[in-house]
Design a protein around this ligand. Structure first.
Ligand SMILES: [Zn+2]
Length: 465
């Protein structure tokens, strides 16, 4: 669909959606339940694995406590007024030094060494190699890895997360919806990295978190105003997913990850201003050689790529099956793999691809008998004529409803593709909340509960205690 038509259609859907949603803007309703447990503190991995650090410099305005963490409980053993310290892992110890002198040490790296700023209550802060974090740090050797973990109050963690996951300049109700998503994610993923001894990492693998670094004055209210709130489904915290943008509709999770979740279904996303946001509408290309190299590097031995074809799309226009053919064979990708295989150019699963050789230039039509849908290339359509059955004899097929006429053309190409052009809509997996859609809804006057219940239909917002 061209962009102009899409914009017109969006305008219409927007109006219809406004009327439908108006009915539920009666007020914020949060049910109160006591069954959910939101942990007060989280263990967030800062340095581990590929980013392991054996030595860091810490600073705190009023000195430090040293001791041991057991889970998220800190057992204080010694204090120091030093404001600049170095913590170093050695083979069989962890040592704290200041100005070249040891001030604390443990000979049991597996039990670990905890560091906590002495003053500040919940607002205790320290800097790790210049980057500021709230809460304390746990240095520990876990399964032969040196791991540095930030033990941080849940809401303080969420201040940092929403500053990274959504622009703090956006409408407060969108930020509140984001805060609930981030809290639900944390609650559902405790111990995700138990092999390293912490709950969540600080990267996009979990949720991006850089301590206080990107916080602004707008980062706090969305978290504080939704404190203790979780979105639930049938008595359990819901698994909430979000991506930057999704075009006119979000996608059903079954068309992306293969599983079915009652509240991760396709919903209208017409408040998203897709045409005017970063990567809302995108295009990119791959040469035949680039596509061939990507396939080879990913382990698909199909020779030189000569065609990339969309075989099947979802009702929402996302690619369900993508066929990549080469001189030695072909490979069919399904669901999310259709987006990720060429992710150097594809920003979403919603795209079309054309080869410059024109091998894909036969349009298809879809028919239904009420139960089954079938798709036919227009040159395969059987046409009844006065002389009997025939196939399309011209290069064009016209369809008309008596008022408007639409033309489908078969265009000729050399058949040889040396370049593939991808044109698409949306940024990310397209499941759950569209962040730009949430922004649009918030700007149109919807509150965060409306936004969450729209993108996650059938869920409830509840107070954990
Ligand atoms: Zn992670």
């Amino acid at each position: 669909m061209n962009l102009y038509k899409k914009t017109l259609l969006n305008g219409f859907i927007k109006l219809a959606a406004s009327l439908a949603l108006l009915a539920i803007v009666a007020g914020i309703h949060v049910s109160s339940y006591a069954d959910y447990d939101i942990p007060s503190y989280l263990r967030i991995g800062l340095f581990y694995g590929a980013n392991e650090k054996n030595e860091v410099n810490l600073s705190s305005e009023n000195g430090f406590f040293f001791g041991t963490y057991s889970g998220t409980d800190f057992n204080q053993k010694k204090s120091s007024a030093e404001t600049e310290i170095t913590v170093k892992f050695t083979d069989n110890s962890i040592v704290v030094s200041a100005n070249g002198t040891d001030v604390y040490k443990t000979d049991d790296p597996e039990k670990g060494l905890g560091v906590f700023p002495t003053v500040g209550g919940m607002e205790r802060r320290l800097k790790v190699d210049g980057i500021e974090y709230r809460g304390g740090l746990d240095f520990k050797r876990v399964n032969d890895h040196n791991v540095i973990t930030n033990v941080v109050f849940m809401n303080n963690y969420l201040y940092g997360v929403i500053s990274r996951e959504m622009s703090p300049s956006w409408a407060p109700e969108a930020l509140k919806a984001q805060a609930v998503c981030a809290r639900n994610y944390a609650v559902n993923n405790l111990n995700k990295h138990s092999e390293y001894g912490f709950d969540l990492c600080c990267n996009v693998c979990c949720q991006a978190y850089s301590g206080t670094r990107y916080e602004t004055e707008n980062s706090y209210a969305p978290v504080d105003d939704t404190a203790n709130q979780l979105l639930t489904y049938k008595g359990e915290p819901a698994q909430l997913y979000y991506s930057a943008s999704a075009g006119s509709r979000t996608e059903d999770v079954k068309n992306v990850w293969g599983n079915s979740v009652p509240y991760l279904v396709s919903v209208d996303n017409s408040y998203e201003d897709t045409a005017n946001i970063p990567n809302g509408v995108w295009a990119g290309s791959l040469s035949r050689d680039e596509a061939t190299t990507i396939m080879r590097n990913k382990g698909y031995d199909i020779g030189t790529v000569n065609s990339i074809r969309v075989l099947e799309t979802t009702e929402n226009g996302r690619v369900l099956k993508l066929e990549v053919s080469g001189t030695r064979g072909s490979k069919i990708f399904e669901r999310e793999a259709c987006r990720t295989v060429f992710n150097t150019v594809t920003k979403s699963q919603q795209f079309k691809v054309t080869g410059n050789g024109g091998s894909q230039s036969v349009p298809s039509i879809h028919t239904t008998d009420g139960n089954n849908n079938s798709e036919l290339k227009i040159n395969e359509v059987v046409i009844l004529t006065a002389d009997g059955r025939s196939t399309l004899s011209s290069k064009s097929l016209f369809a008309t409803n008596g008022v408007n006429r639409k033309q489908y053309d078969i265009t000729e190409g050399s058949g040889e593709n040396t370049e593939f052009v991808f044109e698409g809509i949306g940024w990310g997996h397209g499941i759950g909340m569209s962040q730009y859609g949430a922004k649009g809804m918030a700007e149109a006057g919807f509150n965060y509960v409306d936004i969450l219940l729209h993108y996650f239909p059938g869920t409830n917002l509840e107070n954990a205690y």
